[in-house]
Design a protein around this ligand. Structure first.
Ligand code: UDP
Ligand code: MG
Length: 161
């Protein structure tokens, strides 16, 4: 692999995608990952963990006053989560579109939530909602050594290099 994507603006954008405990329980991890791979995004971080209350309170720092927060915490700590970092041009915005509306009732068919869920309390997956938010969340869930810098050998099929 001789050429790199490093000179292409925006291709190093990263986002945090997490398969929530319901998605893991329902064995949807592979199908969800497949969607990001087939779209052309690059996996740069991956791990399974049980999220702590502390991690979640930072992750959902803007929601801790909401009435649904205690249930959200219970849901998110009910079992393991699969956290991933995906990289590519516009990945934050595109992955929000791939994941679909927060409320599965509003999520279009073809999106993860629109294909795999019904109710807002069990919506299968998390996706960062802004580039700044993604950077904050990635730092929260991963340390530097867990993130891989690597070049995809066939990236000329994804980007003009
Ligand atoms: N949530 C919920 N009830 C609500 C709103 C949100 O249970 O009325 C949960 C749901 O799991 C959602 C998460 O809280 O995914 C975070 O909410 P946010 O508004 O950030 O939605 P997201 O960014 O996940 O689409
Ligand atoms: Mg959110």
């Amino acid at each position: 692999c001789y050429s790199t994507t490093s000179g292409i603006p925006g291709v190093r954008e990263r986002t945090l995608i997490a398969v929530k405990p319901d998605g893991v329980q329902r064995r949807l991890v592979g199908q969800i990952m497949q969607r990001f791979e087939q779209r052309g995004f690059k996996l740069v971080g991956l791990k399974m963990l049980k999220a702590s209350d502390e991690l979640l309170s930072q992750h959902y720092h803007d929601l801790n006053k909401k009435p649904f927060y205690p249930n959200l915490l219970r849901y998110m700590t009910s079992g393991p989560v699969v956290a991933m970092v995906w990289e590519g041009h516009n990945v934050v915005r595109t992955s929000r579109m791939m994941v679909g509306d927060t409320n599965p009732a509003e999520a279009h068919p073809g999106t993860v939530r629109g294909d795999f869920s019904i109710h807002i309390s069990r919506n299968v997956v998390h996706a960062s909602d802004s580039v700044e938010g993604a950077q904050r969340e990635i730092q929260l869930w991963f340390n530097r050594k867990e993130l891989m810098d690597w070049d995809c050998c066939d990236h000329s099929n994804t980007y003009q290099v």
